[in-house]
Design a protein around this ligand. Structure first.
Ligand code: AMP
Length: 209
């Protein structure tokens, strides 16, 4: 299955991406994770991306698209993938359609994680301590089941800006994919496991195996 996850920062996208890709046995391709790995290794790509990430802005499309192009050409992504964090705007989505066309394939489904705005702020605001107050499950808040972050771009100002960037640049993808008839809305409120179960159930009709 070739799948894209879309949702605002703090909707639990990274966590769901992990569980859903494991369930579908497809690689999880998270552009944010790839950028972060490059930043921490100090690669040229990381140096290019860092200032945009720290500001909560999108890394320029040419840089991002080249990275995704290379990743999708890897052997493990030939039969399917789950894209998390890409595309992030309509131009990236159009480029992705072109890349897939070259590969002789198309996206099967786009899953939109739907949460209310309050929840987004609340989840983003959660904090815990790695050593003194760790959550029961790594990366998941014991209180609300939301995704936990420990990132340089998690300062309150930057969170607000990333939300703005999401609504202005990324949210139009919902209409773009609805028009293609491949958008599925997922109620992403509530405990993580329940959301995963709902996600898997809603993807079943799109499975080709
Ligand atoms: P994420 O972990 O998906 O929230 O991504 C963290 C940061 O990486 C974002 O705030 C952007 O700066 C950058 N990033 C991730 N994916 C993309 C993308 N598809 N296009 C541009 N920038 C991206």
């Amino acid at each position: 299955m070739r799948l894209v996850l879309v949702g605002p920062p703090g909707a639990g996208k990274g966590t769901q991406a992990q569980f859903i890709s494991a369930h579908l046995s497809v690689p999880q391709v998270s552009t944010g994770d790839i950028f972060r790995a490059n930043v921490s290794q100090g690669t040229p790509l990381g140096k290019q991306a860092r200032e945009f990430m720290d500001a909560g802005d999108l890394v320029p499309d040419d840089v991002t698209v080249a990275m995704v192009h290379d990743r999708l050409a890897d052997e493990d992504a030939r039969k399917g993938f789950l894209l998390d964090g890409f595309p992030r705007n309509v131009p990236q989505a159009k480029t992705l359609d072109g890349l897939l066309l070259e590969m002789g394939t198309v996206l099967d489904v786009v899953l939109e994680l739907v949460v209310d705005d309050d929840e987004v702020g609340r989840r983003c605001g959660h904090s815990w301590h790695v050593d003194f107050d760790p959550p029961t499950r790594e990366g998941i808040c014991d209180n609300c089941g939301g995704e936990l972050f420990q990132r340089d771009d998690d300062q309150p100002e930057t969170i607000r800006h990333r939300l703005e960037v999401y609504y202005v640049q990324t949210a139009p993808l919902v209409g773009f994919y609805a028009e293609q008839g491949i958008l599925v809305g997922l109620d992403a409120m509530g405990p993580v496991d329940d959301v995963t179960d709902r996600a898997i159930a809603s993807l079943r009709p799109f499975s080709r195996t």
